[in-house]
Ligand binder design. Sequence first.
Ligand code: CO
Ligand code: ZN
Length: 335
Amino acid sequence: MFKEMLKELLYCYGPTGREKRIGELLKSLVAPYCDEVYNDALGNLIAHKKGSSGKKVMLSAHMDQIGLIVVDIRENGFLRVSNVGGVSTPISIAREVVFENGTRGVTYFETEKETVGTAQLAHLFIDIGAESREQASKLVEIGDIAVYAGNFAEMGGRFSCGALDDRLGCAVIVEALKNLETKHDLYVVFTVQEEVGLRGASTAAYSVHPDFSINLDVTRTGDTPKSARMSVSLGKGPAVKVMDSTSIIPACVRDFIYRCAEKADIPVQNEVLRGGGTDTGAILKTKGGILAGCISIPTRYVHTPVETADMNDVENAVKLVCALLAEEELPKAGN
Ligand code: CO
Ligand code: ZN
């Protein structure tokens, strides 16, 4: 069932640079539908399903999640941390976190002078229940990365959890792969290290060098009380990216997506994301330039443990991916 698969992906450990476990899980999910599955040197997972059209299409989503990296273990057993990706300090206070080996901890901050509002990441620590450096060092070492502990909450047709960014994109691709019919040579890529600068997508797009690429990621919304201005809302369909801080999508690519959505009767909305990028930015700039687009799943509270999305948007994103892949005629440069 889709929800069970999604939950497994959301609970799977895999911060930036430590994507081995999530990569193995995704490999087991896509292998039955592909001809070959391999990893590149950076750790990107690349699954190839052979086609007959002579055109290569790349479908991608990043599998890494943001985290907190241990930079120091104090004498009293508390862990000092730094961020891996876009971690907000106030949002990282009073959280339950988990390490790769299953060690659990909670986060708090120096209360002598700071408040939740003024605390910097340097004032934050993880308490893993250890009383000394010696005790703590048996559980965790410098360089280990903690992630927010997952907690999947259902709220009618909507749901909340950490790591929707971008396990939701991964889940959409897995589900689409089960259902799609395509004549194209398909490369499904689950990228690493998106959260620190689109690094995995850069090498994967270079080696695959597709004729056309579609990235799946989450995007922010503007539909919560007094939110920053943005037109995207939950429940109004997958968002077709127009622009974010790393990419401007070629008009021919957007037109292609709109046409397919209309034909398949799938609602879509336009996305202009200020202050945030996606793998699409790296893919577009690969070699002599690649025609690339991005389908975003509207998500509230991005980069928090309570990222929230709507199951209708997710289902429509799966349908849209299938509709795009079913088209024989792909967008062409210059159109
Ligand atoms: Co992100
Ligand atoms: Zn993302």
